[in-house]
Write a protein that binds this ligand. Sequence first.
Ligand code: OSB
Ligand code: MG
Length: 383
Amino acid sequence: MKSITIQDIKLHTIALPFVEPLKTSFGNDPVKATVLVEIITAEGVSGWGEITVEVAPGYAAETPVTSEHIAKNFLMPKLVGKTFNHPQEAQALMKKVRGHHHTKFGLETGIWDALAKVNEMRLVDLFSSYLPEGNTTKGYASVGVSIGIQKTIEDTVKVIQKRYDQGYRRIKLKIQPGWDVEFARGIRAALPDIVMMLDANSAYTLKDAEHLKQLDAFNLLMIEQPLADDDIYEHSKLQPMLKTPICLDESIKSPSDLKLAIELGALRILNLKPVRVGGYVDSLEIYKICVENKLPLWIGGMMETGVGRAANVAFASLPGVTLPSDISATDRYYNPDVTEPPFVLGKNSTIAVPEAAGIGVDVQPDRLASGKQLWSEVNPYVD
Ligand code: OSB
Ligand code: MG
């Protein structure tokens, strides 16, 4: 394996208009804002990563402005000038900064991409090289689509129908108090056979257990993150009360969180967002824990641009990822995206892993420039 030496790191904070926004129980962002990381190496390749964040600290605590601050002042100085054989070496250096998983994730992904490119291999094959034998890519990720809160049940049925006609075969619907049991009943009445799940984004408490039990009537694949974003204990009380499997998202921020949740019986399915756990090094640990415990696993998303999506498609194509992931085609999110070629939905609700080395897609400089321009116009935190 060839190593890389980091000469410089550039951050590109951009904004992109959404094709269709995503309203959740914590609101919705006006535009996509994200920080792209460019790792420039002495070997002549550039690695790309995405610090996946949102304008507001709704789903996660970090924002474009906090991640720029932490990256520039604390993390990048630990990485520039260093030689790396394995992304784990970079992850270990960054551990000296507490928290800030999203920022670390973007930097680590850029290093993964650069290492894969310098060794002329796909990112997914680099992932496999750190897993037990047999964990090679399927060549595609099974995917579904996440649909935000609409004005009416009829409007939601129309959006689902459109996505179903496009070929998506697993539908995730966002819920919130007042938009849950009767909503699910209405959707099921209109569409009895779709594979459907709900995501509450932490909107309930254990006091709502009797109410949430009614959701068992609707043949749901799972309910995602019903209770608090920092809770594992109360989910372990709720799960035995429900027939519907609980999938944790926000609550699992590290391999040790997952071990605790499994031990307590707080979940039956995991949504792994590599960004949430701070990178692919810890994501591989979590993957191994899921395989050992036969815990169903899928990869979540945060409306990434093509940079973040490409790395997640690679990870989601590993055989231990057993349920459809929240990774949709480029045209569901951005038109155009910052990368080429776009991701398209293939047969049986899948997305193919790109063949090119590293993340397998290229950042388009003109779109990076227009994305920076838009962020400078909409950034609400500068004059
Ligand atoms: O809870 O899974 C979530 C998007 C932003 C923040 C949180 C979530 C989501 C999604 C979108 O559900 C998934 C996607 O990227 O398509
Ligand atoms: Mg979620």
